[in-house]
Design a protein around this ligand. Structure first.
Ligand code: SAH
Length: 503
């Protein structure tokens, strides 16, 4: 019986550049790897899920330089594999399509090192999908060929020495095809492919920078030259290109071509960033805050926690998703679970907080329409609060509207401060990129104050999109203009507002 291998090399495709097009298997392997060798054309943030102690090694080639020759890369991957480490070799697109993955796998096989190959979405598949060009089509194309636009060492023979490519009865998708486009197009025409056949060039496809130009086989080279199309770009030749105009869904998304800054804490930014990307935006993550957990031994936590376990509270009010996470971390740390809330009424300040409670087994009893403390107080108007004991697990500093309002109605309120929000100084390069963005999103008053601490006076370029009235107030107080405020206080509302203000 073969023994289970500890170390292994995984040749992993990272897809065409959109982090959303990485496979579940790729993300899993990245999160487990001891060492990751990666290329230039991998998606931004592709390595965000890597372990903190993982070794990340750039082995990309810069065009036209002799940086990192392939033999050198092969040798280093083999060495790492031999050390019994979990190695990921991460490549753009698919490892076996013009990625030299075949050669790397051969080296590993020769060295007797166990390996696996994880396919990725290859550029031709991905960028034609986003350009609205079906590679095959019942009426227009019975097949597709993936072809390289140039061959090392055989440049003089041209791409189609015997004319068979010209006569291929289907779509031709050229990788690395910009540089020799004029020669290749001329070869195909002299081989018998009609000069008036539709052709397209897709630059940086499946990314927020995607550009598509269309022409004919006879004119594509001059069009690409005139429009300044640069690698990475895919050239598509075939009748299927005529569908582009009708099916170009990608650039019709409301935020396509727009850049939006997300200022919330890195841990919480993911969902908002993904939602903005889903609408076509390029997202710059510039977290200006992070949250820091307060020790469970803090007396402000210890005593109320003891009382909670005794079932002393009638009502527990959660005022942010962060508060929910911190609360459940606290009870899990004590070996407890959602049952500590069994006897209490649970209120969530808004839909985001409610959504964070549900997977933990708590369906909130009360969620106000307006996601602010005032909204929650209104929602509680019909409840008898006199003499009731209320627990508010929340941030160390927060508005007093909710506790004051509850107390004025006779409730006995305990605040349990579970975390504090601390400012983070973004890198200068990120601030510089953010300065030329189209919009900047603020999800809380603390993102406003921390941004101003990081960048005095704020960034004049992007318009400010606010999550709700409290955040808007903080912006105005700081002398910053609020371009639009999310109606519902939810992330969906924030994304809609961003799309609206930038349309
Ligand atoms: N292994 C990769 C291809 C590497 S060769 C894959 O499977 O996709 C590099 C070529 O891929 C580029 O010259 C370009 O032709 C194509 N390519 C890669 N990413 C692209 C993108 N986002 N848009 C258009 N073409 C791309």
């Amino acid at each position: 019986m073969a023994e289970v291998q500890q170390g292994k090399v995984s040749l992993v495709g990272a897809g065409p550049g959109d982090p959303g097009l990485m496979t579940a298997r790729a993300l899993e392997l990245i999160s487990e790897a001891d060492v990751i060798f990666y290329d230039r054309l991998i998606p931004p943030d592709a390595l965000a899920g890597a372990r903190e102690d993982a070794e990340l090694i750039y082995v990309g080639k810069m065009p036209g330089t002799v940086h990192n020759p392939q033999e050198d890369i092969n040798r280093r991957i083999v060495e790492a594999g031999r050390e019994g480490r979990k190695v990921v070799r991460l490549k753009g697109g698919d490892p076996f399509i013009f990625g030299r993955g075949g050669e790397e796998a051969e080296e590993l096989a020769d060295a007797g090192i166990p390996f696996e190959v994880v396919p990725g979405v290859t550029a031709a598949i991905a960028v034609t999908a986003t350009a609205g060009i079906p590679l095959t089509h019942r009426e227009d194309s019975a097949g597709v060929a993936f072809v390289t636009g140039h061959r090392d060492g055989e440049a003089d023979a041209g791409i189609d020495p015997d004319g068979s490519l010209a006569l291929f009865p289907g779509t031709l998708a050229f990788y690395m095809g910009v540089k020799r486009l004029a020669e290749n197009a001329a070869d195909l025409i002299s081989g018998g492919r009609p000069a008036d056949q539709p052709a397209a060039a897709i630059e940086r496809g499946a990314t927020p920078h995607q550009r598509v130009v269309t022409a004919t086989l006879g004119t594509i080279a001059e069009t690409v030259e005139r429009e300044g199309i640069r690698p990475p770009a895919l050239i598509v030749i075939g009748d299927v290109v005529r569908h582009h105009e009708k099916l170009a869904w990608f650039k019709k998304r409301p935020l396509f071509g727009r850049t939006v800054v997300v200022t919330r804490a890195r841990k919480q930014a993911g969902r908002l960033a993904a939602m903005l990307r889903g609408q076509g935006a390029e997202v710059i993550e510039m977290p200006v805050i992070e949250s820091e957990t307060i020790e469970a031994s803090d007396p402000r936590i210890e005593e109320p926690f003891r009382q909670l376990r005794e079932g002393a509270y009638d009502l527990v009010c959660f005022t942010s998703p962060n508060g929910v996470s911190a609360f459940f971390e606290l009870i899990a740390g004590a070996g407890l679970d959602a049952r500590v809330l069994a006897g209490a009424t649970v209120a969530a300040i808004g839909p985001g907080t409610a959504r964070t409670l549900r997977p933990r087994g708590i369906e909130p009893d009360l969620v106000p329409d307006r996601a602010v403390a005032e909204g929650l107080l209104e929602r509680l108007e019909s409840e008898a609060l006199e003499g009731k004991r209320v627990l508010i697990p929340r941030a160390e500093t927060a508005r007093d509207v909710l506790p004051d309002g509850l107390e004025s109605r006779g409730a006995e309120v305990t605040i349990m401060p579970l975390y504090r929000t601390v400012p983070v100084q973004p890198d200068d390069s990120v601030i510089k990129a953010a300065a030329s963005a189209d919009a900047m999103t603020f999800t809380s008053a603390s993102t406003v104050s921390s941004l101003l601490a990081a960048v005095p006076g704020g960034l004049p370029g992007p318009v400010n999109v606010s999550m709700g009235p409290i955040t808007s107030e903080a912006l105005r107080e700081a002398g910053l203009e609020v371009a639009i405020e999310a109606g519902s206080g939810s992330l969906e509302g924030l994304v809609n507002a961003t799309a609206k203000v930038l349309s």
